[in-house]
Design a protein around this ligand. Structure first.
Ligand code: 5AD
Ligand code: SF4
Length: 466
């Protein structure tokens, strides 16, 4: 069944180690790169000592990103003294933003490939093997390249190469972002927003479902503004609900798909139609990640988020009306330039009011080239750390309370994997995206089962099968 069988039995398989940092987009990109490399006879390894190729898929969203890559390359240089065959490829947003400097500074990168150019990776590896010369492909993907991709390729998933979770998969639906929030480097590293055509996405998801996926998460930096570029270029019709809601409906109709999620949504592009879909489309589940970044209007304005706190609450309200049990998570930044103690306290208030199921909170990190890097009133590191610790303590309490509230409930759980350390322990997620741990004598992976929740802590619920 596997295409690798077409390779002569004598050709030894090469080993690849992939390290993925950062967002789900990078996770999806890593899986895509692994999928493409199946034709080059690679299998995965966890050990750099035996790897023929180490692929670092890097993230540039916060400071010290380049630092981290340089230090990892230093460590790999030591290992290369013993494993002389090891080639190194650097992909992702650090490759895009700092790649040329890295090439000069480090001396052991064989291949450099930006996030818009990952389709070039097999060719770059081949060329490097043939000539021994450093290979480089960075720059942004153009709408034209996307069209070509739509026509010519299907994303390949080789189950032996892709990540261990074959039940829940990521599918990229758009690249880049047009928003230019003043703190964010994404529009500079990933370029302007380009959406894939719905037909290509339907094909991708169908393929994933055929190869065992039961849940997909559609990915975009600003996922709910999906398709506006396609409307502008007359590739899609303008409709009342908008291209993203239409796409979700079409994807949800795919047979065999049991759950559909998406990330990351932006409150600015969040419509009432999208909220209502949580009422009408059962597969959508009862969970959304909706980053707010701050609970202060003054800070939101300086971040250029283009929504007020009141507008954010309004969207939360739409969602809770459409789906009363919906769980919500968010992203927050503390210590944005100029953030006063009072403005920070407004964020604490918002967190207490909304009662997120969890959040990702970050200390503001200066990114070269972004507007906020030029703001004069930067906040000292110790204040940022204190604010972050306070916010996390507030959230931890809420997370534990919400998880404990689940005790006694019966939830539908999609099981995703068996614990590698504890055989017979299976992990899955409820519709609200809460992690559930269950003991079972038979393999639950891929099954959707009703589970009674018996216990809970900060990170997971513990349940038993009904
Ligand atoms: N500093 C701190 N956090 C940031 N994020 C993005 N840029 C920065 C930055 N410069 C956070 C935001 C975003 C998440 C992916 O990363 O909260 O939603
Ligand atoms: Fe960055 Fe803002 Fe775009 Fe999100 S919406 S990727 S935070 S610029």
């Amino acid at each position: 069944m596997q295409q690798n069988n077409q390779k002569p039995a004598t050709s030894p398989r090469k080993k690849i180690l992939v390290e993925t940092w950062g967002c789900q987009m990078n996770v999806a990109d890593s899986e895509k790169m692994l999928g493409m490399l199946q034709d080059q006879n690679y299998e995965t390894t966890q050990s750099p000592e035996e790897a023929d190729l180490v692929l670092l898929n890097t993230c540039h969203i916060r400071e010290k990103a380049k630092h981290k890559v340089v230090s990892r390359l230093g460590r790999l240089r030591e290992i290369q003294k013993k494993n002389k065959n090891m080639k190194i490829a650097v992909a992702g947003c650090v490759a895009q933003a700092e790649g040329k400097k890295l090439l000069k500074q480090t001396g052991n990168i064989d291949i450099l490939v930006g996030p818009g150019k990952i389709d070039d990776l097999p060719k770059l590896i081949e060329e490097n093997q043939k000539t021994g010369a450093q290979q480089l492909s960075i720059g942004f993907k153009k709408a034209k390249d996307h069209e070509e991709e739509t026509k010519d390729t299907k994303s390949k998933v080789n189950p032996s190469l892709a990540g261990k979770n074959t039940v829940s998969r990521y599918v990229n639906i758009a690249q880049g972002c047009d928003n230019f929030c003043t703190f964010c480097v994404v529009p500079f590293t990933r370029g302007r927003e380009i959406s894939l055509h719905p037909s290509k996405i339907i094909d991708d998801v169908t393929q994933q479902v055929e190869s065992g996926a039961r849940e997909v998460t559609l990915l975009g930096q600003n996922v709910n503004s999906y398709g506006h570029d396609l409307i502008r270029s007359n590739k899609l019709e303008l409709t009342n609900d908008g291209p993203f809601v239409n796409l979700l409906r079409d994807v949800a109709a795919i047979d065999g798909l049991q759950r559909l999620r998406f990330t990351t949504s932006n409150p600015h592009d969040f419509t009432l139609s999208l909220a209502k879909l949580f009422r009408d489309e059962r597969k959508l589940g009862k969970y959304i990640h909706l980053p707010v970044q701050s609970g202060s209007d003054v800070v939101l304005e300086r971040m250029k988020r283009k929504v007020t706190v009141a507008e954010y609450y309004e969207r939360i309200n739409w969602l809770q009306k459409a789906s009363p049990e919906i769980a919500i998570s968010t992203d927050l930044i503390v210590g944005f330039p100029g953030e006063t103690e009072e403005q920070f306290e407004e964020t604490v208030e918002l967190v207490k009011n909304i009662r997120y199921s969890f959040f990702y909170a970050f200390k503001y990190s200066t990114r070269k080239g972004t507007a906020a890097a030029r703001f004069l009133d930067q906040i000292p590191e110790e204040i940022k750390s204190r604010r972050l610790a306070k916010l996390m303590a507030v959230q931890d309490k809420i997370t534990i309370e919400l998880n404990k509230n689940e005790i006694g409930n019966v939830r539908e759980v999609l099981f995703q994997y068996e614990s590698s350390k504890e055989p017979g322990i299976y992990y899955g997620r409820t519709e609200q995206f809460r992690l559930v741990r269950v003991k079972s004598n038979h393999n639950l992976v891929g099954e959707l089962r009703m589970v009674e929740i018996n216990d809970a802590n900060k990170t997971a619920l513990v349940g038993s099968l009904l």
